[in-house]
Design a binder for this molecule. Structure first.
Ligand SMILES: *Cc1c(COP(=O)(O)O)cnc(C)c1O
Length: 466
């Protein structure tokens, strides 16, 4: 960075300072502004951010376990697992060492016509842990592409069997499946992507029967969702390829939870209708809901599962789409047009595979799954301290995830409360990032009781300021 800065010359640096620090009036003349931040403001475009109004980003220089170390000396407790990807804590030495070893042996190789041991071992180990019958692993790079692949597989599965009229997908209101075009289409019900409407394909939307602690209306909501499904089946049954859902917990919609019973009823109905069921477990996978996978917790075996966040324990981008053998078999034949036309430059990257294998090892070494009920108990204890607050609504806890709604006149993702609370939390060293008026905690599994208790205490203080 110093080198870069010297290239600019003094006046350039000053110009950047002038134009790029919106809060510069708050900076004392002698205050040291890191070079990283100067060049960030000059050249970087951050995700899901209105760059004109968002506060300057916080530069993180190191991380370990629950803790993030900022360049200015501040420390943050990472209570959202760095966008839901970290599971065993930051910089876990077992995983770091596995990646380093792999990098010195085989860093990357083309995966069409070639294979390697880390990918094969990872596929085998995942199949052993997933619901029985899900036997084929297709590798890609992130949650969005895992979803894209599942949609393409569904469409071609039918086409290869002479049912090319099956082109429709059903999804759920509030559902989020990623930011690429197909994933955005499947996630139309989130309304994040209305801007890109002209790019998206039609998707039928079913109501998501969310529930929370003390809720008495869930059965009626489930019935309404199933009735809506019946209407779709009656109207378009022969043209539907698949239904996609985030099982048990809709993440981006605000940690909205549904009951296993609903997923069981949905799966049963779709099986009878011969329609594919896709579980987007990109967020719920690898222990989040208290079991290794939400599908295991709900005791439902879908036709496909998408996994990504958590797969490499938050170290490297990688994802998989896992399918039943029968789905895979539909792509076999003598001609290329029956094959799946999909593949990324970095498909099954050996470093990602090594990280994922090391993460599965840590699950065993540290008996991670056995720790999860304890985290759920701490979450419930924390929520018990907030539940009587007049602004707290719809408390919900599942496994390591806990959330509640803050009563707001502008409820939703763009609620002004979110930014206000986030700033309050950051000032107190907590990385919490409300989804609009929904406050949630989704910590790495190395979190300690005192850390969660502290977070709940600060959340309580934040509520007092509203
Ligand atoms: C985050 C997420 C995605 C998208 O994953 P990316 O890695 O961000 O592309 C898809 N589905 C769900 C349920 C997610 O939470």
């Amino acid at each position: 960075m110093d080198k870069l800065r010297s290239l600019l010359g003094k006046t350039d640096t000053e110009r950047i300072l002038d134009h790029n620090f919106r809060n510069q009036q708050d900076l004392l003349p002698e205050q040291d502004v890191s070079d990283t931040l100067i060049f960030d403001r000059r050249h970087v475009w951050h995700p899901f951010t209105q760059e004109q109004t968002a506060p300057d980003p916080i530069e993180i220089v190191a991380a370990s376990g629950m803790r993030l170390q900022a360049a200015d000396g501040r420390e943050f407790l990472d209570l959202i697992s760095s966008w839901w990807v970290n599971i065993h804590g930051h910089a876990h030495p077992t995983i770091a060492a596995a990646i380093a070893r792999q990098a010195q042996t085989l860093e990357q190789v083309i995966f069409a016509g070639f294979t390697h041991q880390p990918a094969v071992q990872l596929a085998t180990e995942l199949v052993q842990r997933l619901p029985q019958g899900l036997t084929r692993i297709f590798f890609s790079d992130d949650g969005s592409t895992a979803v894209e692949v599942s949609l393409k597989i569904a469409l071609q599965y039918w086409r290869n069997q002479g049912e090319s009229q099956r082109t429709r997908f059903l999804a759920f209101t509030g559902g989020y499946h990623g930011d690429t075009v197909g994933a955005m289409s499947a996630g139309r019900g989130s309304h994040f992507f209305d801007t890109y409407g002209s790019l998206l394909f039609e998707v039928g939307l079913l109501p998501f029967p969310e529930t929370w602690e003390g809720d008495t209306g869930v059965e009626a909501r489930e019935q309404a969702a199933l009735t809506c499904l019946e209407t779709c089946l009656a109207d378009h049954g022969n043209s539907i390829a698949a239904v996609i859902i985030e099982p048990l917990v809709q993440g981006s919609a605000g940690m909205r939870m549904c009951r296993p019973q609903f997923l069981q009823a949905l799966a049963k109905r779709l099986r009878a209708a011969g329609i594919l069921l896709i579980f987007d477990e990109v967020m719920t996978g690898f222990g989040r809901t208290g079991a290794l996978f939400a599908s295991l917790k709900a005791q439902v075996t879908p036709d496909m599962i998408c996994l990504s966040k958590g797969l490499t324990a938050g170290f490297l981008p990688m994802s998989v789409t896992v399918v039943r053998e029968e789905v895979y078999a539909a792509f076999l034949g003598e001609t290329f047009d029956r094959a799946l036309v999909h593949g990324h430059s970095f498909t099954a990257n050996p470093l990602g595979c090594a990280a994922a294998l090391a993460s599965l090892q840590v699950f065993e070494d540290e008996q991670t799954l056995a720790k999860l009920p304890q985290i759920e108990t701490w979450q419930r204890q924390g929520m018990a301290t907030l539940v009587d607050h007049p602004l707290v609504q719809r408390v919900r806890v599942m496994g390591t995830i806990a959330a509640f709604d803050v009563v707001a006149s502008d409820a939703g993702y763009s609620s002004g409360i979110g930014a206000k609370l986030k700033a309050f939390f950051h000032e107190r060293g907590l990385l919490l990032r409300p989804l609009g008026n929904v406050v949630y905690l989704l910590p790495p599994y190395c979190v300690e009781e005192a850390e969660l208790a502290h977070a709940y205490q600060v959340i309580g203080q934040a509520l007092q300021t509203l």
